[in-house]
Ligand binder design. Structure first.
Ligand code: SF4
Length: 213
């Protein structure tokens, strides 16, 4: 079937491929799910872990893996567990066979950008799992590194804070980043990935829909 893909997405996909990422462009979250399901079944991991991402959850891939007995899901986000226990599980997730999460900003130059509070989301993207799948809606695409930083500072971080009602940070009240020193600060670590190493380790799925923060 012929689909009309956003030119900006195709340009971004080409730049990412040039930087050694594997890239798939899909029309919506359902297609993203199908692409990921096929990838998981082909790669056949014993263990799978994930980092918090609204886009990833919107695809339904984690629920599907959770209910498939072929895979062990290392889930460090079970709210019924005490936080120290959840963090220990996230430590195990660093060595899962496959890791799945989202991205805060993707540049048309072919680079990826994140913020992270704990670090469990960005560390396994950089190293550990043999295979990584990242998903991003078209709203995550920006022109360059400066715009990526701007997007993280003015959009991703303050809006993520709004998902955590108990967090006391300036942006929770004003919606604007004050580069705070709060113990609840969610932007403790930034990561930018300029190339994929080894080549093809990371599959980036760009979705031609507005998804996530
Ligand atoms: S540094 Fe503080 S104020 Fe700025 S976005 Fe992060 S948590 Fe909010």
């Amino acid at each position: 079937m012929l689909t009309t893909m956003n030119e900006q997405i195709e340009r971004t996909a080409a730049a990412l491929r040039k930087h050694h990422f594997e890239v798939a462009v899909v029309s919506n979250a359902t297609e993203a799910f199908e692409r990921m399901k096929s990838e998981v079944e082909t790669f056949a991991p014993q263990t799978v872990s994930f980092g918090d991402s609204m886009t990833m959850h919107a695809t339904g891939i984690i629920d599907w893996i959770r209910h498939d007995p072929r895979y062990e899901l290392i889930d460090g986000f079970d709210a019924s567990m005490p936080r120290p226990e959840r963090l220990e599980i996230r430590r195990r997730g660093l060595l899962a066979d496959l890791f799945i999460t989202g991205i805060n900003a993707v540049t048309e130059h072919g680079t990826l950008h994140w913020l992270d509070m704990v670090g469990n989301r960005i560390a396994p993207v950089a190293f550990g799992p043999r295979r990584v799948i990242l998903v991003a809606g078209r709203n995550k695409i920006v022109a360059d590194r400066r715009e990526a930083e701007e997007r993280i500072r003015t959009l991703a971080a303050p809006q993520n804070i709004a998902r955590h009602p108990g967090f006391r940070t300036p942006c929770a009240h004003t919606g604007t980043c004050m580069d705070c020193n709060s113990p609840d600060r969610i932007c403790n670590t930034r990561m930018e990935m300029l190339r994929c190493y080894p080549e093809g380790r990371i599959l980036v799925i760009l979705i031609d829909e507005e998804l996530g923060l």
